[in-house]
Each structure stands twice: as C-alpha cells, then as structure tokens.
Design a protein around this ligand. Structure first.
Ligand SMILES: [Zn+2]
Length: 338
C-alpha cells in the first residue's frame, strides 16, 4: 500500500515536471454549483398554475446539461429533487466542492405587481462584487437578447450592514462568489411569454450556461463555440460594501405641451433624474391618479422625454407621471390639468 503510494507520488512528480500543459489544464477546471431556488415546503413564488421551486429545478437541470457540453467544467447542483435546504446548506455545498461560482436560480414577483424584466443580485464587497457584476452583466445580455428587459446587476445590504439576501450572506462568509439570478417576473404580462412552457424554462437554463461559459472563457467542441477570448466587463473591486440606492428619484416634473380634443390625446414633456442609479421606468395617469398606465421603459441616459398618451375627458382632467429608479424607488410628479 505504502509502496504503491510512493510510486504514484513519483509518477505525479514526473507528470508535474514534464507535462506542464496537462497540469495547466487540470488546474483550469472550473467548478460550478447550481442552486435551484426554494424546494420542499419552501415553494417560492406561486401564482396560479406555477410553482417557482419546480421552475427553478427545470431551469437548473437544463443549465447543467448545457454546461456539461463544454470542456474543463464540473457542474454540481444543490438539489436534484424536491429537497428542502437552508440557505446556509446551499452555500456550504458550494464550499464543499470548492466551487468557483454559486448560481442561485429564481423567478420573481413584486408586491405591487408593477415590475417586469430580469435582474441579478451580486455580493456587495471586494473581488466577489467584481465577479458578480461581470457575470451578472453577461447573464443579463443573454436575457435581453431573448427579449427581456434588464433591471440590472444590483446589490443589497441589510440593516446590519451585511448582505440582505441569505444565500449571498452565507456564500460570502465562506468566501464563495455567488449571484442570484431572477430570470423574469411571474406576475406581469410583459414577461408572460418567457416562462409559459417547460421548453422556455429550459431555454433560460441554456442562456444561464452560455453566460457562465462566456464568463469563464469555456469552449465546446459539441456546440462548436470558443469563448476563450470573450470580453468581460472590467469592474473595480470595492473595499467597502456597495450600498443600494435608498432614495427615490430626485426629479420628476411634467409640462403639458399639447391637448388634442379631436384625437383625445394629451402631450407631455417629462423631466426626471436619479443621480444614483438612473431612471428605469415611468407610468402616467390622465385621471388625477385614479388609474395608471403599465410601466413604460425610460430611455437610458436621458433626463427628458416627450410623450403623447390617451386622454380621459371625464370629471378629473388631471395628468401626472410616476418615475422609478433601478431599485424601484418612486417619485410622482406635479399634477396638471389639461
Ligand atoms: Zn425565488
């Protein structure tokens, strides 16, 4: 037994000194832990006809299958069935295999059902912030290519100053880079066509895998792709934790520029600004705030917008606009009659 061990050690040393490419390849093997969010009695979002814990598992399995088509990657899952795991256990599983990245997969809902689109939550400090931010952008690129709206890569601290999200907090404590992937919203018509079949949930998994392959520069002979030189965002590590945008947009003001009684429209010039994270969506009301339009996408990198919207010529001829920043902070403009 001892003799065999020493022979093996000798061979290993020999291989180590003579076979550099082989050694380099082994070192470069990427270890991925996929975490299908929720499970067991923890159902996740459950709008009629859907269960998030089942959706995340379908997506995770497709992500694993797709990733395994690449060379130099080992893929694990925190659960492969309807198991109940704590957030700490999920992070520990990633640590136990020395994962290079932990991906916690989710589908989103908002309390007021206003919001739609995809978002990625990253760890807020140090090199893991850098990694999460670049990986998050690659994930969001895949989703926007599929027609979804990007709500961005974001961070969130809790009151204690620690990560707000448990999976990111536990992964941080163990030194594991991690992101939460919120693929889309299950409670908004805008995203409905993206998750309404098993095939579409699997397509999300393939998008996830592609983004991972691009991040780690993987190649696949099976797929005929080589991402070894794929460009990544260069994000500067932050020494002190990034803090989320805690304030609503500073500017939200409107001017009525036209009122067409024949075509029943009202035209507005909107001025809006959020110096921290920018304006993401807006909605308008033409009945004094009694009802609001669905959220419209605010064009990036501008603080003015002209719109013409259907007018209501009822008792309440009053128009106003609500604007939202990347963290869903809202400011309502002045109200004008038309
Ligand atoms: Zn979830």
């Amino acid at each position: 037994m001892k003799r065999i061990a020493s022979i093996l050690l000798g061979v290993a040393v020999l291989l180590g000194s003579l076979q550099m490419p082989m050694q380099a390849q082994a070192k470069e093997n990427v270890v991925i832990m996929i975490d299908p969010g929720h499970g067991g009695s923890n159902l996740g979002a459950n709008p009629p006809g859907y269960l998030e814990k089942e959706m995340t598992l379908v997506t995770a399995m497709a992500m694993k299958t797709e990733l395994e088509k690449y060379e130099g990657v080992t893929v694990y899952m925190t659960r492969t069935g309807d198991a109940e795991l704590s957030l700490e256990q999920r992070a520990q599983l990633a640590k136990s295999v020395n994962a290079d990245f932990l991906y916690s997969l989710h589908y989103n809902m908002s309390a007021n059902h206003f919001f739609y689109g995809s978002e990625v939550w990253a760890q807020s400090t140090g090199v893991n912030y850098t990694k999460g931010y670049s990986q998050g952008q690659l994930l969001l690129n895949e989703f926007t290519n599929a027609g979804l709206f990007s709500r961005g890569v974001k961070v969130k601290l809790g009151k204690s100053g620690n990560e707000y999200y448990g999976i990111l907090r536990n992964a941080s404590a163990l030194g594991v880079p991690a992101v939460i992937v919120e693929h889309c919203h299950l409670d908004h018509a805008n995203d409905a066509e993206h998750y309404n079949s098993i095939e579409k949930l699997q397509a999300f998994g393939r998008s996830d895998a592609t983004a991972v392959a691009k991040y780690f520069g993987l190649s696949s002979k099976t797929l005929g792709v080589d991402y070894s030189d794929y460009p990544k965002a260069n994000v500067t590590p932050v020494a002190t934790p990034k803090v989320q945008d805690l304030t609503p947009p500073e500017v939200a003001a409107i001017r009525v520029t036209g009122n067409d009684e024949n075509n029943k429209t009202v035209s507005l010039a909107i001025n809006a600004a959020d110096s921290n994270t920018g304006i993401m969506y807006y909605a308008y009301s033409t009945d004094g705030g009694a009802s609001w339009s669905s959220l419209q996408i605010w064009p990036s990198a501008t603080d003015t917008l002209s719109i013409t919207v259907p007018a209501k010529y009822g008792v309440n001829r009053a128009v106003s606009v609500a604007v939202f920043n990347s963290y869903d902070g809202m400011t309502i403009s002045n109200t004008l009659t038309y």
